[in-house]
Write a protein that binds this ligand. Structure first.
Ligand code: RIB
Ligand code: CA
Length: 307
């Protein structure tokens, strides 16, 4: 029985790989792809999401959402993802966007899903998810699980304290964290284990298919991450998808997480109490480790199923 999910994203080079991972695995039934501004502006992230879904040959609604955070101003990460969000790689235009707004579409899908009927996967700023859950809180009962690539318990990647998705809209993340549904976090500390090294990229590029070749070309544009000792690009967003596909290859623990929504140097920090020092009730599952070989095998298997 395929698991029904909604993917909210901001493609984004690593979002692109995560979309291919999900689109190429029949264990996931992607009901909607909703899009926010994040890595780059909403115009680019929407075009990219439509193009990636089109390249995969799938007819899945792609719906635009927030082009900015709930509070504060929009800041992109084009210095990592390129001006167009895919490292400059140009894709053929995909199917047209489905009219409407992401938050409304997420709520409509939740209404239709029934109790525990739908998993929400957040791969960008949590704005769309927060708008959907905050404006109709009763629908949270239909959320089976929320899986977020967000946060870090060690250092951040946009400020010393904060990871980009959490930093982009900390108030939205705090709203999602408060919805009292099972939440699983793929933080930077996990995603650094899914490092697409030059050797992994060369292996991934072996094989057929336009999606595989496109992914390899996109991955080749990603600049090295000075935060990590080894060369390569951490596949942040794919870790959230891989959790749904192969949970047995992860270790994890239950933790209490607080989101810093102040306007100081810690804004956007996810304060993750890994050792339960404060004795507060856990509100999230923190993914600790993954099996990199299994992770990249899942990617390869998805590309084998995609055009
Ligand atoms: O910090 C990594 C996250 O921010 C990833 O989702 C990446 O796509 C960017 O959105
Ligand atoms: Ca992302």
């Amino acid at each position: 029985m395929a698991r029904s999910i909604i993917i909210d994203c901001d493609p984004g080079t690593d979002d692109a790989i995560a979309l291919f991972l999900a689109l190429g695995n029949p264990a996931l039934e992607i009901r909607l792809v909703t899009v926010a501004g994040g890595n780059v502006g909403l115009g680019h992230t929407m075009r990219n999401a439509r193009a990636l879904v089109g390249l995969a040959g799938k007819s899945i609604p792609v719906i635009a959402g927030a082009d900015r955070p709930l509070l504060g101003s929009f800041e992109d990460a084009a210095y990592v993802h390129g001006e167009n969000g895919l490292g400059g790689i140009q894709l053929p235009d995909g199917p047209p966007a489905t009219p409407g707004l992401a938050a409304d579409a997420i709520r409509a899908a939740l209404r239709q899903a029934g109790p525990n009927g739908l998993t929400l996967v957040g791969l960008g700023p949590a704005t769309n998810l927060a708008l959907a859950l905050a404006t109709e809180p009763a629908l949270a009962a239909n959320v089976a699980e929320i899986v977020l690539m967000t946060g870090a318990w060690a250092e951040g990647n946009i400020t010393p304290a904060a990871e980009f998705n959490a930093w982009s809209d900390p108030e939205a993340l705090a709203i999602v964290m408060a919805c009292a549904r099972p939440i699983t976090l793929a933080t930077l500390d996990l995603t650094s284990q899914a490092l697409c090294t030059p050797a992994r990229l060369a292996a991934l590029a072996q094989g057929q298919g336009t999606c595989r070749a496109t992914a390899a070309a996109i991955l080749a544009t990603v600049p090295p991450t000075k935060r990590l000792a080894q060369p390569g690009s951490p596949q942040h967003d794919s870790c959230a998808i891989a959790w749904l596909l192969a949970p047995e290859t992860f270790t994890h623990r239950e933790v209490h997480v607080t989101v810093d929504c102040t306007n100081g140097p810690g804004r956007g920090q996810t304060i993750i109490d890994r050792w339960d020092r404060l004795g507060r009730p856990a509100n999230a599952r923190l993914l600790d480790t993954l099996n990199p070989d299994r992770f990249f095998a899942l990617l390869d298997e998805s590309f084998n199923r995609l055009p």
